[in-house]
Each structure stands twice: as structure tokens, then as C-alpha cells.
Design a protein around this ligand. Structure first.
Ligand SMILES: Cc1ncc(COP(=O)(O)O)c(C=O)c1O
Length: 461
């Protein structure tokens, strides 16, 4: 190998790669023995990982840092039920490593011919798996980025602002909508005051009648409604808004329909009847790093009509002009997404999906849904515990009837057997377990109840 400033002797590169593979497999084998949260602290991590970037090289010693970083990281173990945290399937991680090795810039066919076609194929698989045949789209960092792009398309479709700047525009979503929607509305210059939060029914789903009323009220005072965001799996309770009824309102009112399916849309692979109406969306977000178990950094925006993606995002200067006449060769993701340089996220999906096959993912999702039902049933049998919401997908919200639930949560996390998080239900603090984890066992689910009861015994009321 030619010598240059960053050159690595070939034998050493082989050794580095082998060591990295060994570190990863050793880590994966150790997962079942790890607590759900590491024993670490802010000062300790600061002490360990805040260091100067030296002039002199450390060479392969640097790989040894992995073990310390892993030791002070939060492991994706089977007993982790906080937030909506996918479990990081290893074949996907191998795909990520190989994607880094290829270093493709998946921005246009001519910069990454195979990778662009792989991504377009994977996006089609995702769309088809959830009943949205014919949709196109692109991969992105996560649900927040996909929601931002979806609402960017909505704004450009209904109230074009790329040239003149933003003038008004009202967006509607339920009170249970994820915070990324308020963030997107703010970033798009629509103003958070123009996000209407529509009340929900007793199952935490948006009320279409109140949506209709809110739109009418805004029109009466001269405002311009542009988009509705329906949630396909709210972050707190997993509620699925009545997609077909909301789509009917959006169609009648000529509004863009964006579905935030970051958490729940992928469940349509296993339980399509619960998510009827996804295909009525104009745009839809889906996180493969949640219910499809991929390593983090795997969101997807799907859209019905690529014309609106180009309207929102195409702004090619001379620098990136496309000359080919062939429709595949002329294709550019930079015309349909907010990123220019783009990593090869699709390789992990390609490898993971092909390695395991489709049925395995369906089964993993069904297993998570079953875990949620098992937990809900177990809560029902515990006199001290109360189930607070219906279990539509895999999020379970509950509370201890007499003890301080926030104190219980802190104790449960400290004990390290299971990790749960919290939600606010009807204004009250709730305990919450969410199953999007292919490593979870029946014993992990049972441990939620015993850990909460034991933690309750350790806290004052
Ligand atoms: C319903 C919903 N939408 C959007 C997001 C944001 O996704 P990400 O964390 O991938 O940006 C989440 C994350 O949990 C979510 O549950």
C-alpha cells in the first residue's frame, strides 16, 4: 500500500478489522448478562471520555477504548422497555460497518449507482410491507427528520414558500402527537402558534369531529389550513388515530395528510387490520430503528407523489447538475430529500431483511405485541397496580395505586433488571413499558411486575 499521511499497513488493517469484529461479537454475547443501565455517572464519564486530541498517534490501542465505552453505555438488552427504543439487530450493524467501508455518497445514481438502486428497492419493500404500494421515498436519520421533510412537502404543496418565504399556514395534530411535529412546524417557519392540538377520545385518538370544527374556525377568521398530522402509534400510548376518517376530512378540506408512523407504521407488516388507512397519506414517516429492530439511524419518509418532494427539495445548482437521459441514471435523492451527502443506510436494511426473511420480522413484531398484552393482563391481576390506557400496539401505561410513581421509576431503573420510562396520562405521571425489542423474553416481561412491586416496597408513599 502506498504511504500517505493516513496510511495503514495492510496486515495491521486486517488485524484492526478482525479485532473490531471480535469486540462486536463479544459484546453481543455479553448482552444477556448486562444490567439495563450501566453503573456510571456524569462526572465519571466526563473523566473517562473528555480528553485532548493528541498530535501523536495511539494506533490500534484506540480499539481498546471500545470496551470502556461499552461498559459506560446503555446496552440494548432484552429488559429495556424505555421510550421507543429498538434493539439493534446484529446483521443490520454488520451492514452499517460495510456501508462505512464502501463510503458511498447515496445522493445520486452517478455518485453511487448500486447503493441508490438498493435504497430505492428497500424503500419500495417498506412501502409495500405496510400496504403503501406505489409510494416512493428515502431513508433518513429518524422519525424527526422524516416528519420535518413530510411537513416541508406539505407546506410547499399547499402554501409554496421556498421563493417568497412563509406566510401563515395552520397544521393540525392530536394532543398526543410527538414533539417532533411541533419542532418541524417551528423550523418550517409556520410558527408553533399555528399548530392546533386536537383533543382525543377516551382511547387517546384524535377526534375527527373536533378536527373538522377547528379547521372551520380557522377558515372563518381567514387563516389557511394546510396539513393534518395523524399518528399511527402515538409515542405515549401507541394509539392509532382514525386514519380513514381523518383522511376523509383532509380530502374534503384539501389538506395534506402526513402520517407520523415512526413508531407504529411498521406494525402493519404483522397487523395490517389495525393500521387501515396508511395508504391514504400523502406522506408518512416510519422508523426501521424502532419496530424493525435496526441499529439507530434508520428512519424513512414515504410519499405518494414524488413531484411534491421535488417541489420542496429540488434546488440543484450547477455544482450537482444531472446530465443523463436514462431515468434511473438521472435519479437524484438530493432532489427529493433535505440531505445532499447521504450515507448508505439502506445496506443494513437490505442485509438484515434478506438474511432473516420477511416472516421473521412479522413474528418479532407479533411477539412484541403479545408481550404488551401479557403485561397488561398481569397488571390487571395485581391489586396495587392499575392499567391506565388501552393497549393498541406495544406501549403499556400503568401506575401504582398508592405509592409515588416517579420514585418507583427511579428505583426500578437503579435496580437494573428492567428499564421502563414514563408518560403523562390525563395530566398524571404514569409508568410506561414499550416493547420494540427482539431480545425480550417472557421472563423479562414478568420481571416488570416484580421489579415495580419490589421498588414500591422500597419507596415512601
Ligand atoms: C410517534 C413518534 N414520532 C416521531 C418520533 C421521533 O423519532 P426519532 O427519535 O427517530 O427522531 C418518535 C420517537 O420515539 C415517535 O415515537
Amino acid at each position: 500500500m502506498a504511504k500517505h499521511a493516513l496510511s495503514i499497513p495492510e496486515a495491521e488493517l486486517k488485524q484492526l478489522t478482525a479485532t473490531a469484529a471480535e469486540l462486536a461479537t463479544t459484546y453481543w454475547s455479553s448482552l444477556s448478562t448486562l444490567p439495563t443501565f450501566p453503573s456510571t455517572s456524569g462526572p465519571q464519564t466526563f473523566e473517562l471520555f473528555t480528553r485532548p486530541w493528541d498530535e501523536a498517534p495511539r494506533g490500534s490501542d484506540v480499539l481498546q477504548d471500545f470496551s470502556v465505552i461499552a461498559q459506560h453505555g446503555r446496552p440494548s438488552v432484552g429488559g429495556f422497555f424505555g421510550y421507543v427504543a429498538g434493539s439493534g439487530e446484529p446483521v443490520g450493524a454488520i451492514g452499517d460497518l460495510l456501508a462505512g467501508a464502501l463510503n458511498q455518497n447515496v445522493t445520486a445514481w452517478r455518485s453511487a449507482p448500486s447503493a441508490v438502486v438498493v435504497e430505492r428497492t428497500v424503500v419500495k419493500w417498506l412501502a409495500e410491507a405496510i400496504g403503501c404500494e406505489g409510494f416512493n421515498g428515502s431513508l433518513c436519520g429518524g422519525g424527526s427528520a422524516a416528519n420535518l421533510m413530510g411537513l416541508g412537502m406539505a407546506r410547499e404543496a399547499k402554501l409554496p414558500a421556498n421563493e417568497e418565504g412563509v406566510i401563515g399556514g395552520v397544521v393540525y395534530a392530536s394532543e398526543e402527537v410527538h414533539m417532533s411535529i411541533a419542532k418541524a412546524v417551528a423550523l418550517l417557519g409556520l410558527g408553533r402558534k399555528n399548530l392546533r392540538l386536537i383533543p382525543t377520545d377516551d382511547q387517546f385518538r384524535m377526534r375527527p369531529d373536533l378536527l373538522q370544527e377547528a379547521i372551520a374556525a380557522d377558515r372563518r377568521v381567514g387563516l389557511k389550513p394546510i396539513a393534518v398530522v395523524a399518528s399511527a402509534g402515538t409515542v405515549a400510548t401507541g394509539a392509532i388515530d382514525p386514519l380513514e376518517e381523518i383522511a376523509a376530512v383532509a380530502r374534503r378540506e384539501d389538506l395534506w395528510l402526513h402520517v407520523d408512523g415512526a413508531y407504529g407504521a411498521a406494525a402493519a407488516l404483522a397487523v395490517p387490520e389495525r393500521l387501515k388507512g396508511l395508504a391514504l397519506a400523502d406522506s408518512l414517516s416510519l422508523d426501521a430503528h424502532k419496530f424493525l429492530y435496526q441499529p439507530i439511524d434508520c428512519g424513512c419518509l414515504l410519499f405518494r407523489d414524488a413531484h411534491f418532494a421535488r417541489k420542496a427539495f429540488s434546488n440543484s445548482g450547477d455544482y450537482v447538475q444531472v446530465f443523463s437521459q436514462d431515468s434511473m441514471e438521472a435519479f437524484a435523492f438530493f432532489d427529493e430529500s433535505m440531505e445532499l451527502s447521504r450515507r448508505f443506510r439502506a445496506l443494513k436494511l437490505w442485509m438484515s431483511f434478506q438474511y432473516h426473511g420477511r416472516q421473521a420480522f412479522r413474528e418479532a413484531i407479533l411477539r412484541d405485541l403479545a408481550h404488551a398484552q401479557t403485561l397488561a393482563t398481569a397488571i390487571g391481576k395485581e391489586p396495587d397496580l392499575e392499567l391506565l390506557t388501552p393497549v393498541t400496539l406495544s406501549a403499556v401505561c400503568f401506575r401504582h395505586r398508592s405509592k409515588n410513581n416517579q420514585a418507583i421509576l427511579t428505583r426500578v431503573i437503579k435496580r437494573g433488571r428492567v428499564f421502563i420510562s414514563n408518560a403523562t396520562i390525563d395530566g398524571h405521571f404514569a409508568l410506561r413499558a414499550c416493547f420494540v425489542n427482539h431480545l425480550t423474553t417472557e421472563a423479562d416481561v414478568e420481571a416488570i411486575i416484580s421489579e415495580v412491586i419490589e421498588a414500591a416496597g422500597e419507596v415512601d408513599s
